[in-house]
Write a protein that binds this ligand. Structure first.
Ligand code: PLP
Length: 415
């Protein structure tokens, strides 16, 4: 169920008017619904039922401390890919024993800190990383719990930039090398093997690639047993898609039930690393129309949000719905929604039929995942304010950046 509803042509988040929030806090403005996040998390939890499992929310989708806190309070674990994400989870009250550490480039410093706080598992992505991790663990007098991230070589049928489980991708250990690398891991002094992991891509809209990947992983689980390596968990990564436009991803329960059926006799627990499916449709980006600029070729609506606030349209050709926050009597026309940044690639949407005028607020939907977390200060634009709405109340969970924030750490010289 959506928490974004229309009442007499006005958009609401939970019980609050988006136009009122935009007036009070300014634009560009990210607004998230705590109820929507909770509902999405509980969909996973309910689908898993009493199957031994851990949901590790992928922090990179949206790493705001308050959102991490909401998820930690719901009992979520976390999938992290950097030291910064680790510290965020700890600061938000996340349990280190529910953290899995993914990523192809873990540094010595990151490994040390993760060992110190006691993360549940390192998802190791290469033999070189495995050797380094063993050395670091021995040096710290610790043992690193690991799973190997195996590349199952299945086609996730998603955008090439977010497909990760093909042979030619940089992620994971080659399927045909996996057993040898496990045998090597078994012999290393600083390593304890606890699981196996894969993550084949993001925004998957079909169940089949997940099932194919599961089958490939289960082949390895059997072979490992024959080598005396018994795994405690299988981590099938994240990747479940959401509806931005007309995509029809499987419901969480429909994607998970055939997977659970495959695992039920194996005495392993299941870990998942959903990001987008938890937060994407829990957020909107609100922006104001600064100018309408009709030209002979095209009509441009120049808004105060830009590619630095949401890079998905320019980076992935992503389509996100845009609607006026308050419907108006303006004549509908076809608009490209573009920002103030000095790049032709700076657009939020192209060719949208909208009835808009200068000064109107627009809402960009599906903005809870991979939007704010990928934002930047390009063109010296301060990053937006973030709000979390819960029923009748809203609170600022990130202040709009100031000029001082923009230049923090920079030196003019001769100081
Ligand atoms: C990005 C990522 C995820 C989350 O993917 P979603 O598509 O947002 O669910 C999970 N695991 C790993 C290793 C990732 O890199």
């Amino acid at each position: 169920m959506t928490q974004f509803t229309e009442n007499n042509g006005a958009l609401f988040v939970d019980n609050l008017s988006v136009a009122e929030l935009a007036k009070a806090y300014g634009t560009p403005l990210y607004i998230y619904s705590q109820t929507a996040i909770t509902q999405a998390f509980n969909e996973f939890k309910n689908a898993l039922g009493d199957f031994p499992s851990l949901i590790c929310y992928a922090v990179k989708a949206n790493s705001n401390l308050s959102i991490l806190k909401v998820l930690a309070d719901l009992g979520s674990g976390f999938d992290i890919v950097s030291l910064g994400e680790l510290e965020r989870v700890l600061k938000a009250g996340g349990d280190p024993a529910k953290i899995v550490f993914s990523g192809v480039g873990k540094s010595v410093q990151e490994m040390k800190r993760a060992l110190e706080v006691g993360v549940a598992c390192f998802n190791v992505e290469s033999e070189a990383e495995l050797e380094r991790l063993s050395d670091v663990a021995v040096g710290e007098g610790k043992t690193a719990k690991i799973s190997l991230r195996v590349n199952p070589d299945v086609d996730a049928k998603t955008h090439p930039y977010i497909s990760t489980g093909l042979k030619e991708n940089k992620f994971g250990i080659e399927f045909n090398r996996a057993i040898d690398v496990y045998l090597k891991a078994k012999a290393l002094p600083g390593i304890e093997i606890v699981g196996i992991d894969c993550h084949i891509g993001s925004q998957l809209t079909q169940a089949t690639p997940f099932l194919d990947a599961t089958d490939r992983i289960l082949v390895l689980v059997e072979q490992l047993k024959n080598h005396g390596i018994v795994l405690k968990h299988i981590d099938l990564g994240g990747g479940l898609g959401v509806t931005y436009k007309d995509e029809t991803p499987p419901a969480v329960a429909d994607y998970l039930s055939p997977i659970l059926a495959k695992l039920k006799d194996l005495k392993v627990s299941l870990m998942l690393e959903p990001g987008r499916a938890i937060v994407a449709n829990a957020g909107i980006l609100v922006t104001k129309v600064e100018y309408l600029k009709p030209t002979t070729e095209k009509n441009f609506a120049i808004v105060d949000a830009a590619m630095n606030d949401n890079i998905r349209p320019s980076l992935y050709q992503a389509w996100q719905e845009i609607r006026p926050v308050q419907s108006s009597n303006a004549t509908p026309d076809i608009w490209d929604i573009v920002g103030p940044v000095c790049e032709t690639g700076d657009f939020l949407a192209k060719g949208r039929t909208l009835a808009i005028a200068a000064g109107d607020y627009l809402a960009m939907f599906g903005a809870g995942a991979y939007c704010f977390s990928m934002s930047s200060n390009y063109n010296s634009r301060p990053r937006a304010c973030e709000l979390l709405v819960d029923g009748d109340t809203s609170r600022v969970i990130r202040q709009r950046e100031s000029f001082d924030d923009l230049i923090r750490g920079e030196l003019v010289g001769n100081a």
